[in-house]
Write a protein of this length. Structure first.
Length: 144
């Protein structure tokens, strides 16, 4: 049973809404018991979830470990080529503030929305766009 204060449906709805304006793809993965190195874990999950196989290499993964208050945001090469580190740092700062306040779902939803805005700017939706990756929230490899 999931004891975390997370609203998976709300997060999934935020992903779907963000992807309506972009050809980019977003995924969220939750590590309930924490992780020692969130960035390394996010990079491994990025590959494991097939996120390097998008047409424009424009996928972004947000990994969150609420119990250890750690997280990582990882984008594919197409995303990194078009945005600077300042954007990722601002997303991280806002998530950190929300997490400190115990607002995990709010922090994730806000990060998804802001990431979606960035993707829409650099990778706008086009008529031939298709949803290349599932919008489901993944918890340690189990689809919720």
């Amino acid at each position: 049973m999931n004891m975390l204060p997370l609203d998976h449906d709300r997060i999934q709805q935020a992903i779907a809404a963000a992807e309506l304006r972009t050809s980019g793809e977003l995924r969220v993965i939750i590590y309930p018991r924490g992780v020692d190195d969130a960035v390394a874990a996010a990079k491994e999950e990025f590959v494991r979830l097939g996120m390097t196989r998008t047409r424009e290499r424009n996928a972004v993964l947000i990994l969150v470990a609420p119990e250890s208050h750690t997280f990582a945001v990882v984008g594919d090469q197409g995303v990194h080529a078009r945005c600077g580190s300042n954007f990722w740092e601002s997303i991280a700062a806002q998530m950190q503030a929300d997490f400190r306040a115990g607002k995990f779902t709010d922090g994730i939803v806000a990060a998804v929305a802001r990431t979606g805005e960035l993707l829409a700017t650099h990778f706008p939706w086009s008529p031939d766009d298709r949803n290349e990756l599932p919008d489901d929230v993944v918890e340690r490899g189990v689809v919720i």
